[in-house]
Design a protein. Structure first.
Length: 306
């Protein structure tokens, strides 16, 4: 028998399948929130329930009922996962399912004030594409850096615009370089670009161990995305706080603002271009890092869409 904080929220089905509550959602949320549903005056405290449920995520070892495995973030099966039933079946998911899973656990207890938030680098207020000025900067940087090879560079497109990327910590970026190899692929340590007769530029990788994510030994998960899903919780005092279930962060409490989440999570912003080097047709994924988070620590560089 499980004791809930309030009547479960149903209806408004979405990615989290909110009309169907899975046994693991009930079991994990009740165990985590046990004894945390009241304040000092013994009055119901929904915020304590929300924080208590999130404690299940902080050690990055969330196990569905009956399993000995810590469910993974971006393991082998994550790209095929689109809802909570698949997530629980595969024990593996991307950020959208992890965020929906925590939000479902809130709804099990009647807490409807949480919502899944999609975070973009939003250069044009159009969810994840470069604005005209930034696109011109990209083209100019490519022309200068790649020189005679610039025509062999292509850009990722979204709705006729160049798609932007976010780079999740950690990376060894610096202020003197704009182009880096995507070392998550099969690229070598360094690529030489013949940009003019007898002259070359070199591009090297900048990947270092990232922020640990959900799953046993998941110390360096993928760190290049077009967006990321977290959860905004609107507390009983009228404030909005943020949780990142995919990474189990923060380690205590919650992020008090979008800037607090961004500063703790992001390394840089830009896009990922493709360079096809002649004559052997080698193809490389190249990161164009236009902005560094460290240079804008007090200014929000991403946009949050609930």
């Amino acid at each position: 028998m499980y004791l809930l904080h309030n009547t479960p929220v149903t209806g408004n089905p979405g990615n989290g399948e909110e009309t169907t509550y899975f046994y693991s959602s009930i079991h994990l949320s009740c165990n985590s929130a046990h004894g945390k549903g009241t304040n000092g005056a013994n009055n119901p405290d929904p915020d304590a329930v929300a924080a208590g449920i999130y404690d299940e995520f902080r050690d990055r070892c969330v196990k569905k009922f009956g399993s000995a495995n810590c469910m993974m973030y971006w393991g082998q099966s994550a790209p095929n996962c689109h809802n909570i039933s698949q997530f629980l079946d595969l024990e593996d998911a991307s950020c959208g399912e992890w965020a929906s899973f925590y939000n479902d656990m809130l709804r099990v207890h009647g807490l409807s004030s949480g919502s899944v938030v999609i975070v973009y680098q939003d250069y044009i207020n159009n969810r994840g594409v470069l604005n005209p000025a930034t696109k011109l900067a990209l083209q100019s940087n490519v022309n200068v850096f790649f020189g005679n090879e610039a025509s062999k560079v292509s850009f990722p497109m979204l709705g006729g615009q160049v798609q932007s990327s976010i780079f999740v910590k950690n990376w060894a970026f610096n202020t003197n370089e704009l182009f880096y190899l995507d070392r998550d692929s099969d690229d070598p340590f360094q690529v030489t670009v013949p940009y003019a007769q007898g002259m070359t530029h070199s591009i090297h990788g900048a990947e270092v161990s990232g922020v640990s994510a959900q799953g046993t030994g998941n110390l360096n998960p993928p760190s290049i995305f077009t967006n990321h899903a977290i959860v905004a919780y609107h507390d009983s005092g009228g404030q909005t706080v943020y949780y990142d279930p995919s990474y189990g962060t923060p380690a205590a409490g919650s992020y008090s603002s979008p800037i607090a989440w961004e500063s703790a999570s992001m390394a840089g912003y830009g896009t990922v271009i493709t360079y096809k080097k002649i004559p052997n047709q080698e193809e490389y994924e190249i990161m164009w890092v236009y902005e560094l988070e460290d240079n804008n620590g007090s200014t929000l560089q991403t946009s949050f869409h609930e």
